[in-house]
Design a protein around this ligand. Structure first.
Ligand code: DLL
Length: 431
């Protein structure tokens, strides 16, 4: 078990970090090539061998890996160890049929717990604190991933999982947790439930929250921080690379997740050409795992759009908040639109909330965007709500360049999710 607290590598010099990465990248390429037929075939087809790797810049010569590659090797074809040597399997729900399967050796689970413990520590959590873990338990990596990390840090974990919102509030009120881990959209649902029960969420015991698994904005962060009276940090991860804890914000700076670069090597590529972009440029995030045994990934395309930033609270590099996924980007009348751009503007209106759904329809071959959003329960004046709707529509027109219709709904009208929220309903294909 690793010692708990700030690890020396988190503040090592860039030279030390690069040296460690080079050594680990070379080993990861050898491991993947030797043990996963997919990588052997892909490297051979690209005319590269693990021995061609000398320094991180050489990684660009190796082929990228996509979710389709994982699907094509369903269920266990991407494993670098015999199935019997794996301690656990997780899978993504897979909105379109086949799930994506990932496998961990006991050592992988150990590293994962260390990195989630490191993330929680960066977020402000300490040994002895009580953690209310409302990420879903099961095949999703959020619940068990956070659980093992909180236990590793020495916290008391309440494995409440997602759902049963009334009970979430009751347990927070009665158990008095210091830390909550939950998707930001479900945090808002819990916040509403506090108020519905006549309780003041700002007076609750929570001091730190780790929020992730879906895109969210700084406007949403302000809402959650003010609502609960706590510090809210952004935790990032994906199943294919590990799960939660690939990167996490430090509570003292809250300026974008620090990537745990001793275990994951990040690159930013141009999503159209696959070319590696310079530090600071905006594009698609790609990860190579440096220490994973069970299912190493080489240059995995996350589809998440962001940029790399220099370290602040740590020497390791940060990633900017995810703007969205390239496959979530909506193209409406030729304009690119991310749900986060709408969210920013909705939450800037004091009478509106973060419960919203973007509905796309097509009439007379023209795409139309309607944003359904709930108003705050205490504001019921129809004129005020109409003015807010028009003001938001204008700001979206000014910032994004799209005409959208804002429909303000009463509280409770938009479907709640206990996990990742659904933000878009694309009905353009409907007759
Ligand atoms: O969502 C792992 C996770 C669990 C992360 C709990 C944080 C907290 P997947 O289900 O495989 O894994 O989904 C991964 O979710 O590629 C992003 O598109 C999105 N995502 C995850 N964290 C963030 C975040 C988990 N902090 C996919 N901000 C990723 C924005 C995020 N998007």
């Amino acid at each position: 078990m690793a010692p708990v607290g700030l690890h020396a590598i988190e503040t090592a010099s860039r030279d030390e970090i690069t040296a460690l990465q080079s050594e680990r990248l070379a080993a990861a390429l050898r491991h993947a090539y030797a043990n996963v037929p997919h990588y052997r075939a892909a490297f051979d087809a690209a005319g590269v061998r693990p021995e061609d790797f000398r320094a991180p810049a050489d990684l660009a010569r190796f082929p990228l890996t996509t979710k389709q590659d994982l699907r094509a090797n369903y269920p266990f074809g991407m494993f670098a160890r015999p199935r019997a040597e794996l301690a656990r399997i997780h899978a993504s729900s897979g909105t379109t049929g086949q799930p994506t399967v990932v496998g961990y050796t006991a050592r992988d689970l150990d590293v994962w717990a260390d990195l989630v413990a490191r993330s929680l520590y960066a977020a402000g959590a300490r040994a002895g604190m009580l953690v209310h873990n409302a990420y879903g338990y099961g095949l999703f990596t959020g619940g068990l991933g956070l659980h093992d990390g909180a236990a590793r840090l020495g916290c008391t974990v309440v494995p409440v999982s997602g759902g049963m919102t009334e009970r979430q509030v009751r347990l927070i009120a009665d158990f008095r947790p210091d830390v909550i881990s939950v998707t930001p959209s479900y945090a808002l649902a819990i916040l509403d439930e506090f108020r519905r029960q006549g309780l003041d969420p700002a007076a609750c015991s929570l001091r730190f929250g780790v929020f992730g698994a879906e895109p969210w904005t700084d406007a949403m962060r302000r809402e959650i921080e003010a609502g609960f009276g706590m510090a809210a940090v952004d935790i990032y991860g994906l199943s294919e690379v590990m799960g939660p804890g690939v990167a996490c914000e430090c509570v003292e700076t809250r300026d974008g997740p620090t990537i745990w670069e001793d275990h994951f090597y990040p690159e930013i590529i141009d999503p159209a050409t696959g070319a590696v972009l310079a530090e600071g440029e905006f594009g698609e995030l790609v990860f190579t795992t440096l220490t994973k045994e069970g299912m190493p990934v080489i240059r995995y395309r996350t589809r998440d759009l962001t940029r790399l930033l220099p370290g602040t609270a740590r020497t390791m590099r940060r990633m900017a908040r995810i703007t969205g996924r390239s496959d979530d980007m909506l193209v409406v009348r030729g304009v690119n639109l991310f749900p986060s751009q709408i969210e920013e503007q909705l939450l800037a209106a004091p009478v509106l909330t973060g419960h919203y759904l973007i509905v796309l329809t097509r009439s007379l071959r023209m795409d139309e965007v309607t944003v359904q959003v709930e108003h705050r329960p205490e504001v019921t004046d129809a004129d005020r709500l109409e003015q807010a709707a028009q003001a938001v529509a204008k700001r979206i027109k000014d910032t994004v360049g799209l005409t959208v219709r804002i429909v303000v709904e009463p509280p409770g009208q938009i479907e709640r999710s206990a996990g990742k929220a659904r933000r878009v309903w694309d009905r353009r294909g409907e007759a």
